[in-house]
Design a protein around this ligand. Structure first.
Ligand SMILES: [Cu+2]
Length: 100
């Protein structure tokens, strides 16, 4: 009983664990193109195409910069809400990160 209480108090004292999400860029598409994350989570974008791509939030909340083939970049989502993103090289490539 005493141990259970100690474990419960320890769990409350620890900060929420930030999760990592992965998006692959292939065939001129983000996969997945829609993600649900928690504020504080990270998203790693990896470019598996031969063309360069970016993942750039329209609200400026994150930007991978230009990713060459095989390169990846990790961004942290620090604001809640829907963050639509595009590839700046190919504006038809779209995605959304929904954070809460
Ligand atoms: Cu692109």
């Amino acid at each position: 009983m005493r141990i259970a209480l100690a474990v419960a108090m320890l769990a409350l004292a620890l900060p929420a664990y930030a999760a990592g999400h992965a998006v692959q860029i292939k065939g001129m598409k983000f996969n997945p193109a829609k993600l649900n994350v928690a504020v504080g989570d990270t998203v790693t974008f990896t470019n598996a195409d031969s063309k360069p791509h970016t993942a750039t939030a329209l609200d400026g909340s994150f930007d991978t910069g230009r990713l060459a083939m095989g390169k990846s970049a990790t961004v942290r989502i620090t604001a809640s809400g829907k963050h639509d993103f595009r590839c700046l090289v190919h504006p038809s490539m779209k995605g959304t990160v929904a954070a809460k």
